[in-house]
Ligand binder design. Structure first.
Ligand SMILES: NC(=O)c1ccc[n+]([C@@H]2O[C@H](COP(=O)([O-])OP(=O)(O)OC[C@H]3O[C@@H](n4cnc5c(N)ncnc54)[C@H](OP(=O)(O)O)[C@@H]3O)[C@@H](O)[C@H]2O)c1
Length: 279
C-alpha cells in the first residue's frame, strides 16, 4: 500500500490553513467528479476547487462525502457565478451550492469574476462577509480581481480577501498582482497552472528543467508555482497524472532553473478581468 502524500499548508488571513496544492475540476463531468475526487484524496489531495458554473458541484460534493477522509481535513472551494452577484442573490447562491454538494460549510468561497461593468462586486463581497460571519464559509476570497478592484473592496468594506485565484503560469507571471498580494497578505491560487496542458509543457526550456531533475514537464511547472509561493490547482481525470502532479514535494528548482523559466515570462496574454464577462 502506498502512503498518501502529506501536502504542506499555508495560513490564510482568516486564520485557517489551506493545502499548497489542490485539484481543479473545470470540465470534469458531474458524473465523473466523485470518482476522481476519491482517487485524488486517497493519494493525499486535500484541496478541491469547483464552481457553480462548472456544473459538477453535485459530483464534487459526493466525492467529498464519500472520500473516507474526515470533512475537517478537506478544503472545499466553490465560487459565486456572475448571474448570482448582488447581496441577496449571493446568499441564495451559497445556499444552493451547499444543497447541491450535500455539505453544511465551504472552506473557501470566491467571487468568480469581478464583472466591473455590472458593478455588483462590492455588494457581493458584503454578502460573502456575512456568510463568513455566519460560519457557512470559513474563508472568503475572489478570483480574477485586479489590484484596482481589490483596492476598491478594501476601501469600501475594510475586508481583504484571503485568496485571489488568478491565471498564472511561467508564460504569464502576473508580476503586479503577485507584488500586490504579497503586500496585502493575500494568497494567490494559480488557475490554468499547467497552461491547460498545452504548449507550455512542450517548451524546450520547461523540458530542459524537467530533465535536469529527472521529472516530467508538468512536475517542473508545478514546482515553479510552489517555489513562487503560489498554490496551483491542476486538473486531471487520470489517476497516473493525479499522482504525477502531487509528486512535487521532494525536490526544488535551482536559481538557474528559475532564471531559465523566467525567459518565458510575458509570452502569453491573460484574459482581461476589466472586460471579460461570464454569467
Ligand atoms: N477562477 C477561474 O476563473 C478559473 C478559470 C479556469 C480554471 N480554473 C480552475 O483551475 C483549475 C486548473 O485549470 P485548468 O483545468 O484550466 O488547466 P490546467 O490545470 O493547467 O490543465 C489541465 C489540462 O492539462 C492536462 N494535464 C493535467 N496534468 C497533466 C500533466 N501532468 N501532464 C500533461 N497534461 C496534464 C489535463 O488533461 P487530463 O484531464 O486529460 O489529464 C487538462 O487537459 C480548473 O480545473 C479550475 O478548477 C479557475
Amino acid at each position: 500500500m502506498t502512503t498518501a502524500t502529506q501536502v504542506p499548508t499555508v495560513r490564510l488571513n482568516s486564520g485557517a490553513t489551506m493545502p499548497t496544492i489542490g485539484l481543479g475540476t473545470y470540465e470534469i463531468p458531474d458524473a465523473d467528479a466523485a470518482q476522481v475526487i476519491r482517487w485524488a484524496t486517497r493519494i493525499g489531495y486535500r484541496l478541491i476547487d469547483t464552481a457553480a458554473s462548472y456544473g459538477n458541484e453535485r459530483g464534487v460534493g459526493e466525492g467529498v462525502r464519500s472520500a473516507g477522509v474526515p470533512r475537517e481535513e478537506l478544503f472545499v472551494v466553490s465560487k459565486v457565478r456572475g448571474r448570482d452577484q448582488g447581496y441577496d442573490a449571493t446568499l441564495r447562491a451559497l445556499e444552493a451550492s451547499l444543497r447541491r454538494m450535500g455539505l453544511d460549510r465551504l472552506d473557501l468561497y470566491l467571487i468568480h469574476w469581478p464583472l466591473p461593468r455590472h458593478d455588483r462586486f462590492v455588494e457581493t463581497w458584503r454578502a460573502m462577509a456575512r456568510l463568513a460571519a455566519e460560519g457557512l464559509v470559513t474563508s472568503i476570497g475572489v478570483s480574477n480581481f485586479t489590484p484596482d478592484q481589490l483596492n476598491r473592496l478594501e476601501e469600501e468594506t475594510g475586508i481583504v480577501p484571503a485568496v485571489n485565484q488568478v491565471q498564472i503560469n511561467p508564460l504569464l507571471t502576473q508580476t503586479l498582482w503577485r507584488r500586490y498580494a504579497a503586500v496585502k497578505g493575500i494568497v494567490l491560487q494559480s488557475w490554468g497552472p499547467l497552461g491547460h496542458g498545452g504548449a507550455l509543457l512542450t517548451e524546450p526550456v520547461v523540458k530542459g528543467v524537467a530533465e535536469r531533475h529527472g521529472r516530467t514537464p508538468g512536475q517542473a511547472v508545478l514546482r515553479w508555482h510552489l517555489d513562487s509561493a503560489l498554490v496551483p490547482i491542476p486538473k486531471t481525470v487520470r489517476p497516473q497524472r493525479l499522482a504525477e502532479n502531487l509528486g512535487v514535494f521532494d525536490f526544488r528548482l535551482t536559481h538557474d532553473d528559475h532564471k531559465a523559466l523566467a525567459s518565458l515570462a510575458g509570452t502569453q496574454i491573460a484574459v482581461n478581468p476589466d472586460t471579460y464577462e461570464e454569467f
